[in-house]
Design a protein around this ligand. Structure first.
Ligand SMILES: Cc1cc2nc3c(=O)[nH]c(=O)nc-3n(C[C@H](O)[C@H](O)[C@H](O)COP(=O)(O)OP(=O)(O)OC[C@H]3O[C@@H](n4cnc5c(N)ncnc54)[C@H](O)[C@@H]3O)c2cc1C
Length: 459
């Protein structure tokens, strides 16, 4: 009995040997029996730190209590009061540094809050999520630019308050990184689409293939009669390394590589795609954000996928473990120097240099510096640059409105409390914070919705 309480109920996963043959989801979710067993481990703390550590302050003990009672509908409603995308967050939230880190009062392992959230949210999506009461129309309308988690969160909150919301999305599918970036084996598209259907049921209109700043501008949106504009355009612009050889064939930025797989059918092998990805031989992934690309490359037939990075691979603990199980190789304390091509300008070698600790930087951490003479070559026929991405400022700059952009990282500067960027214009998510997380983007969307509601109620 004690052992049962100490250990987390393990979520079943696709066997390793099955994974590389498909893009099917790896984590398979709890069965009802497993969910009930895991829920019964929760101690129902009186001062639940898990709630404090969740950026959305979901009432975690209460929803787990409802799971224990088998009342999954009410459990789902409890989560949805705070989180508009529970089946997404149940899969991709880094719980180990958020709610589960706050789960200190339990005996043994923290509760697998994400797995329980996913169980409840999937149950709800299967049985049909109840649409909440929508207030009578206020006659006001808001344009939301970008359909990632930040934009969808703003849209949800404002629609519930009775405002008319139109979302403008540059790509042909809504969802932002959830659709074009995070691979199917971590977050199936059908899950994201069901969450987007829920947003549409609230009356939100979504217009795709509209690049704000090009197809139309923020000024046009005000001229069309929108009372406020929210910019949730993310941070999807690759920042290249600035080393020789980056324009060789076979070199992709992380987002281009993943977008081709996720949105342009390059992942549906063996079917042919008009924008295929030629993954051949060995694949070098340059940068700490490369785990999704490395795992995708192995599924597309790469002989080897190796991530070269400086200090720490970015990602959820479970996803890094799964990537290593699948055969992804890691090479830390390295920096690329140049890419070398063959006579047809196809990349064939990456030159890297090893790094060693140098003088401490401003934070007191030793700066990593190149170790003289430690250069080495890695042969690769595909290279993916997976370093930092920054916001594309086209929507914020092609307007007469005075939106300020930070010189260094191209983020939109806002009032930190209200998220107002200029009169009637609000911004949130990665475009303000720089690359962050889904749950932080949802939180920013909720905060912006409050400010937008206050703004349009006055004007
Ligand atoms: C490969 C990858 C894996 C990730 N994995 C995780 C994870 O496991 N867990 C996690 O919490 N976070 C993860 N993240 C981070 C997370 O996805 C982002 O922090 C989050 O999606 C940010 O949401 P957002 O709404 O601000 O922007 P985005 O999701 O980037 O959405 C912005 C949207 O705006 C659109 N857009 C941009 N410019 C315009 C324009 N001018 N006009 C119209 N539309 C425009 C874009 O096409 C896009 O659809 C990952 C990110 C990447 C790239």
């Amino acid at each position: 009995m004690l052992e049962f309480r100490l250990k987390q109920v393990r979520m079943p996963e696709l066997p390793v040997e099955e994974r590389l043959k498909t893009f099917n989801e790896v984590a398979l979710g709890y069965s009802e029996e497993q969910a009930l067993a895991e829920a019964s481990r929760c101690l129902q703390c009186t001062r639940p730190l898990c709630v404090e550590m969740c950026p959305l302050h979901v009432d975690i003990p209460e929803f787990i209590k409802l799971v224990r009672l088998g009342n999954y509908g009410e459990a789902a409603e409890k989560i949805r009061q705070k989180n508009c995308m529970p089946s997404v967050c149940g899969r991709v939230c880094p719980q180990e540094v958020l709610c589960a880190m706050g789960c200190k009062n339990t005996i043994g392992d923290p509760i697998n809050i994400g797995a329980l959230e996913r169980f409840v949210a999937d149950w709800e999506l299967e049985t049909g999520a109840a649409v909440p009461e929508i207030r009578p129309s206020t006659g006001k309308s808001v344009a939301v630019v970008g359909s990632g988690p930040a934009g969808l969160s703003v849209a949800t909150e404002l629609a519930k308050r009775g405002h008319h919301v139109v979302v403008f999305e540059a790509l042909h599918e809504p969802g932002g990184v959830l659709i074009y970036g995070i691979p199917e084996f971590r977050l199936p598209k059908k899950v994201v689409k069901k969450e987007i259907d829920y947003v549409k049921k609230l009356g939100v209109e979504i217009k795709t293939n509209v690049i704000v700043g090009k197809t139309l501008t923020v000024d046009d949106l005000f001229d069309e009669g929108f009372n406020a504009v929210f910019l949730g355009t993310g941070a999807g612009l690759p920042k290249l390394l600035g080393i020789p050889g980056e324009n060789l064939c076979g070199v992709y930025s992380l987002n281009e590589f993943l977008l081709r797989i996720n949105l342009m059918k390059a992942g549906l092998f063996p079917h042919k795609s008009k924008t295929p990805i030629k993954v051949r031989g060995r694949v070098a992934i340059l940068g700490a954000r490369g785990m999704d690309a490395a795992r995708s490359a192995l599924r597309l037939g790469a002989e080897e996928a190796c991530i070269f990075y400086q200090r720490k691979v970015v990602g959820r603990t479970d996803d890094i473990r799964r990537g290593l199980e699948e055969g992804v190789k890691l090479h830390s304390s390295t920096k690329p120097v140049r890419l070398i091509g063959d006579e047809k300008r196809w990349v064939k070698l990456v030159e890297l240099v090893k790094l060693k600790p140098g003088q401490p930087d401003r934070t007191g951490k030793p700066k990593l510096i190149p170790e003289p003479g430690s250069e080495f070559l890695y042969s690769a026929e595909t290279v993916i640059i997976a370093t930092e991405h920054v916001p594309n400022t086209i929507a914020a700059t092609n307007t007469t409105r005075n939106i300020k952009i930070a010189e260094k990282n191209k983020t939109i500067i806002v009032n930190q409390e209200t998220l107002e960027a200029a009169i009637g214009i609000f911004a949130g998510g990665d475009v303000v914070s720089g690359a962050a997380s889904v749950i932080k983007a949802i939180e920013a969307g909720k905060r912006a919705a409050q400010s937008i509601n206050a703004h349009i109620s006055k004007h």
